[in-house]
Design a protein around this ligand. Structure first.
Ligand code: PBG
Length: 326
């Protein structure tokens, strides 16, 4: 036979050579761990739809933060879970200094200081009794501009509590510009914004709804994006960059690698991607059944997200991945 003109297999022949020529390397420092902190808990409560993930108490979240810092993770993304009685129509516990998320931010910042960047989820859905990410107008629709005003108050409270970054995830128009101005006017010009820029109305948020005890009936399709739209992801990301976002995010990650690659190609700020609850839960569930290899699937999926252009990956497996990478 005529010898092949090139033999690409040469560079695949041993683990050491494959390591040498790997185009994509995942490092613990680029992984963010999402963490849930629930009010009124005495001990951590496992989340059945997210095996290995629990709702934390104000004590246990500090220990988790210490583990994350020691593992060299890029940071924590904190979500608050209020008691049912603390939810109301405007999600007022989100902006209250006594709200669970703001208390958790303060507790973790006191524990890990500047060793571990803290990202606060800036959204009302965990705190509203109807479960929407904003306040409702008289006709039942989500009122964009009234919601943005509440996000500004919430972001300022999160900055006061000690967040390094606020993370508006509600997909209201103009939210990044308003929050930027609000933070600066309140003297928090050092606090950054991780913008959930291209966020799609996804079925893969399913387990998260259990994780935060969501009250939502219906869906978020009037504010989160239609999964059919790729170009619109670029518009949303461009707007958030212009409005002053320090970091842009695409969410979910694994099924939106085209959107992620688009945004990464032209963004002038670092780009994050969120491997969401359903993406993680599917791997965890299949691995529990012995249908796939948990470690290999988690490593491959995060490598693929980085390969597509993510500088930063949010994943529920961040600590586990960091352990394997060491
Ligand atoms: C909204 C928010 C959601 C997630 C992160 N922030 C839920 C939603 O938009 O319905 C989902 C994250 C996940 O599924 O892991 N504050």
């Amino acid at each position: 036979m005529i010898p092949p003109v090139r033999r690409p297999r040469r560079l695949r022949s041993t683990p050491a050579i494959r390591r040498l020529v790997a185009e994509t390397r995942v490092s613990p420092s680029q992984l963010l761990l999402p963490v849930f902190v629930a009010d009124g808990l005495r001990e951590p409560r496992p989340i059945s739809s997210l095996p290995g993930v629990a709702q934390h108490t104000l004590d246990s979240v500090r220990a988790e933060a210490t583990r994350a810092a020691e593992a060299g993770l890029g940071g924590l993304v904190l979500f608050g879970v209020p008691e049912a009685g603390d939810k109301d129509a405007t999600g007022s516990a989100g902006a209250a200094d006594t709200g669970i998320l703001n208390r958790a931010i303060a507790a973790v910042r006191a524990e890990t200081g500047d060793d571990l960047p803290l990202f606060a989820d800036t959204c009302l859905d965990e705190f509203t009794d109807h479960g929407h990410c904003g306040v409702l107008a008289a006709d039942g629709t989500v009122d964009n501009d009234a919601t943005v005003e509440l996000y500004v108050q919430q972001a300022v409270a999160q900055a006061r509590a000690g967040a390094h970054f606020v993370s508006p995830s509600g997909m209201m128009d103009g939210q990044v510009a308003a929050i930027r101005a609000g933070l600066d006017l309140a003297g928090h010009e050092e606090v950054g914004i991780l913008a959930y820029a291209a966020k799609y109305a996804s079925a893969f948020y399913g387990p998260f709804r259990e994780a935060v005890g969501s009250s939502l009936v219906g869906d978020r399709r009037t504010y989160q994006q239609d999964p059919a739209n790729r170009r619109e992801g670029r518009l949303e990301a461009a707007l958030d960059e212009l409005e002053g976002a320090d970091l842009l995010m695409v969410k979910p990650a694994g099924y939106y690698l085209d959107v992620l690659a688009d945004v990464a190609a032209w963004s002038r700020v670092p780009v994050a991607a969120y491997q969401v609850s359903g993406e993680y839960a599917m791997i965890a569930a299949a691995a529990e059944r012995g249908w796939i290899d948990r470690r290999a699937a988690l490593e491959e999926s995060t490598t693929a997200i980085v390969r597509a252009g993510a500088d930063i990956v949010l994943t529920y497996a961040a600590l586990e991945l960091a352990g394997w990478l060491r």
